[in-house]
Design a protein around this ligand. Sequence first.
Ligand SMILES: *Cc1c(COP(=O)(O)O)cnc(C)c1O
Length: 356
Amino acid sequence: MKLYNFNSGPSILPQPVLEQAAAAILNFNETGLSLLEIGHRTAWFQEILQEAKDSVKKLMQLDDSYEILFLHGGATTQFMQVPMNLLNESDTAAYCDNGTWGNKAVKEARLFGNVNVVADSSDRQYQYINKGFNIPSDSVYLHLTSNNTVEGTQWHQFPEANTPLVADMSSDIFSRPTPFNQFSLIYAGAQKNMGAAGVNLVVVKKDILGKVTRKIPTIMNYQKHIEAGSLMNTPPVFAVYVSMLTLKWIIQEGGLEEMGKRNQAKSALLYHTIDSLPLFHAPVAKEDRSEMNAVFFLNNPALEAPFLDLCKKEGMIGVKGYRTVGGVRVSMYNALPLESVEVFCGLMHDFAQQHG
Ligand SMILES: *Cc1c(COP(=O)(O)O)cnc(C)c1O
């Protein structure tokens, strides 16, 4: 049976990327060695790492005031590593609490300094993004989550701030044209739109570093990673390789303009289908809907289980909502073809006919 992969993360990757990655595990670039058997300080891996960094810079259109790092630990490590490197104990950082992941970032930042939650949409179950909030001018930085993977909201316009912007872009990185140069620090776990689990992309503007007085453990110190060129210790070689292949795929397919068009088309079709069938409803504020993760419910909760059963039977993978939210969540990352959304929407129509 054909499967349609709507997983929220780790999630669908482009087929050519999987094929190249599989081949490299057996015989990397005709070297007779597996990619998993070569040293990370070889010219071979240096080239992979350089190509990954160059591709990030190209896609983000960044100048040399930024550094590109590939680090361990997933986005969750960045929840602590960001404030450890940027926030003195007596200073205050502004945070947006707009979802499950952003809320975790707030909690970790409190371990290092003062946190001022300047935007909070938990009053309506994180179903919207705050707008027009005040950012005190003495904030060291403003942290936001560009796409709320769990709740299905996304920033479509970023706040204008005189404060350095820091963003967790784990679930919508490289999904659309983005004003990356408005940010001082961007991080993303690779496993949603960029590659395989196990590596974290950190893009940092050098001028925000070196300002905290605390002692930072070497492995947590962005400056030390910059000095070491992302090779302080053994990096997650395979995960970096898969990211490099995916980044190259994005460039070959037409870059962020093209990704944006495709993602817009997919999400527009799905939201239109939800809105047009009275059986379903999407609770997220329309202007804040995510193009990556669509969250919706059946108006009659008793129909949720039969709908999810049908999805399973028809090969729709990963569409059950996050455990704290429930309902249905359809993730439509870069590698998901429009056809998958078309088939899913067809299934929604069929189900609506049977139960309408
Ligand atoms: C998945 C996700 C995370 C957690 O990523 P890990 O790599 O598992 O630590 C953090 N933030 C966002 C927005 C996510 O989608």
